[in-house]
Design a protein around this ligand. Sequence first.
Ligand code: APR
Length: 292
Amino acid sequence: MTGPELAEAGRLLAAARRPVVFTGAGMSAESGVPTFRDAQTGLWQRYDPQELATPAAFRADPALVWGWYEARRRGVRRAEPNPGHRAVAAIAARLPDTVVITQNVDDLHERGGVPAPVRLHGSLFAPRCSACARPAPLPSDLPPSADPPEPHDGAEPHGGAEPHDGAEPHGGAESHAPEAHDGPLDPPACADCGAPVRPGVVWFGEALPSAALDAAVEAASGCDLLLTVGTSALVHPAAEIPLVAARLGAPVVQVNPVPTPLDAICAVNLRGPAGEVLPALVRAAWPGADAG
Ligand code: APR
């Protein structure tokens, strides 16, 4: 990111009245939430998220997929919004017609000061029945007992080299708090029909929630600036949101440390981490502003 690029992006933001901020996993990376395409850690390092985040994976091994999402949810619960989330909130506070559209399933925008982002891919905090779609309560975060959990009896993935022995289930920074075990975990049963509860997220191959998609397309169609932050722009249809804005003539500003397929349509590419670039962008747009 150079000074002239930041100044140009700041000028575009200062002139905007109806900006859209479109975010992906890189938005939360500096909060310690791994991006989708980062290598995983611990028990999960042998799995590819793109293979766990599917209806077929849940059907084949509900405990594996539910346990993975529970581990992610607990990781998010421990994370805090970073200065990038607060800078997005500062933009929305200054420009009340800002629409924040996120692909993320964490709640860091809300906790960072954006009360109602448009959620294209659902939420880790809204489980529902896999059969009748009845919303289900969030599981307690307290360990059910001090005893080590029963070993999961499914196929190969969770045994072998990484047995769960209850000694140090999470490793590193995660091990200081009492937590449910990290690993496969049977999902709760729906209170209505008894079918397994599933995470309230959109899996590969599933349709996006139509109200959220409609709201996102409408906002992108009517915006006068689209700021895309921390997305690889590889997953459709979400990745089309910046393209809609660009097609209708809105300038697109991108914040990402690396190039993406969106580079070509961007008026400005700000190479760098969201937690540094976004506060700098707010200060460039409105010198002296509280960047969050
Ligand atoms: N600041 C800004 N961008 C960052 C940062 C950072 N600190 N760290 C990483 N990035 C960028 C990466 O360079 C990458 O381009 O964030 C992007 C993350 O890409 P993905 O992991 O592919 O995440 P995302 O684009 O949100 O994925 C879209 O795919 O797997 C599905 O449903 C899932 O919502 C997700 C969707």
